[in-house]
Design a protein around this ligand. Structure first.
Ligand code: SF4
Length: 417
């Protein structure tokens, strides 16, 4: 029997390392590929140069950049193999429907061979059965923890329910006996759960709000004292190995404005930690992200905050905030401008094919500076889609069963306005 050829599509470099994902497969994608029936199919990698040698292309969308790269590669092609898209950053079929033939929503373990045979399933959209996306689809929940070679998923979902976190609202907690750990990693956890042992060398976690008040409003119960306590509570003195701490931060919640004193107070907390710290040689990197009111979270109807925190921040601070006795505190230059987040939100909220969006994707618009982008939004009257949306409107029309929010949006909006 002739075997159909499956190509694992890797996007090409587009003069920007962010657009490149050559051969860097996510763990989930590795697990799905591993389930493909090799009696019926061959599997190999491909890219823009050789994709036409394959019958079917598989593509994993793990981030916004994967969507941009896919459009850049495929938007204008008259013919291409069948393109099947899945992955953790898909929550809207409309956005991919211009290029994809099949879009899978949510977890797809134990499904890939049925998808390859075009079997109808309630979490899979097939262009050939539903070209105008008239049906509604489920966001499939995990049915098991994934395992591939020596790696094993630790858990799925998170019971903390920080209000901005799509991941925790998208998936029910699977394997609820344990706290949040990211995918296969035991080193990425909730800040208050971290324990810095003598020989800990690397921690990745999030604080996600510049003030305690913002964190608490977002269901993120990390007090300033928790932060102080986590770094100072243990007794090992003068441990020489470097402890690297990667801390994710979110800025630009609805109603939040740039306030230099909030930053000074936050950095002052680390200066205090430095003077009380019993372990020397700690490098802390803060990775700021501009807030996006993500679909499926209690924020999904919120309007976008265009305040350009990045520009204001780097006009007041250098990226190295201080080098103290024990601690060096830095802010990563990957701090995005507000328009980067606006672009993402715009695409997440697409609910019908709109040509200008795809023109935007193809154009150099995506690498333009913030000020130019704001003009682009204004000139093209695009702001309506990222400003507040009436509450009876459904943000993602093609998903039938989004998990329920734990807090209603009225309470949330009042807390910020
Ligand atoms: S931000 Fe982290 S701790 Fe909060 S809900 Fe999401 S995964 Fe859980």
């Amino acid at each position: 029997m002739k075997k159909n050829k499956i190509g694992i599509y890797c996007t090409a470099s587009i003069n920007n390392s962010n657009f490149t994902r050559e051969n860097k497969m996510s763990f989930g994608f590795q697990c799905i590929i591993n389930e493909i029936d090799l009696e019926k199919y061959t599997v190999d990698f491909c890219n823009i140069k050789d994709y036409n040698k394959f019958d079917i292309l598989l593509y994993s969308v793990t981030s916004f950049y994967d969507i941009l790269a896919l459009y850049r590669d495929f938007f204008n092609l008259k013919s291409k193999p069948i393109l099947i898209c899945g992955g953790p950053d898909i929550s809207n079929i409309h956005l991919l429907s211009y290029v994809a033939d099949v879009v899978c929503l949510g977890r797809c373990e134990d499904q890939i061979n049925d998808i390859l045979e075009f079997k109808k399933m309630n979490n899979v959209w097939y262009k050939k059965y539903d070209p105008e996306i008239k049906n509604k689809y489920n966001l499939r929940q995990p049915t098991k923890l994934l395992q591939y070679k020596s790696k094993k998923e630790v858990n799925v979902g998170c019971n903390k329910k920080c209000l901005f976190c799509q991941y925790s609202f998208k998936f029910k907690l699977f394997n609820p006996d344990i706290n949040y750990n990211s995918c296969t990693s035991a080193n990425e956890c909730f800040f208050s759960d971290i324990s810095i042992m003598k020989d800990t060398q690397r921690i990745t976690t999030g604080i996600d709000g510049i003030t305690q008040e913002i964190r608490y409003k977002n269901n993120k119960y990390i007090s300033d004292f928790n932060i102080f306590d986590s770094f100072t509570k243990y007794e090992y003195q003068n441990f020489k190995k470097l402890l690297y701490v990667k801390l994710y931060m979110i800025i630009g919640f609805p109603g939040e404005y740039y306030n230099i004193y909030d930053f000074l107070r936050f950095f002052g907390l680390f200066k205090m930690i430095d003077s009380f710290c019993s372990r020397n040689n700690i490098l802390i990197d803060l990775f700021f992200n501009h807030f996006i009111p993500m679909p499926l979270t209690p924020y999904e109807y919120s309007s976008f905050n265009f305040t350009d925190f990045r520009t204001q921040f780097f006009s007041d601070f250098n990226n190295i905030i201080f080098t103290g006795k024990n601690i060096t505190l830095r802010v990563s230059y990957s701090f995005p401008g507000s328009c980067y987040a606006a672009d993402r939100l715009y695409l997440y909220r697409v609910n019908e094919p709109e040509d200008h969006i795809f023109e935007m994707i193809k154009s150099k618009y995506w690498i333009e500076k913030n000020t130019k982008k704001i003009k682009y939004y204004e000139n093209n009257k695009l702001l309506y889609n990222i400003q507040s949306i009436p509450s009876d409107n459904i943000i993602i029309p093609n998903i039938k069963t989004p998990p329920k929010h734990t807090k209603n949006k009225t309470v949330l909006n009042n807390s910020y306005n």
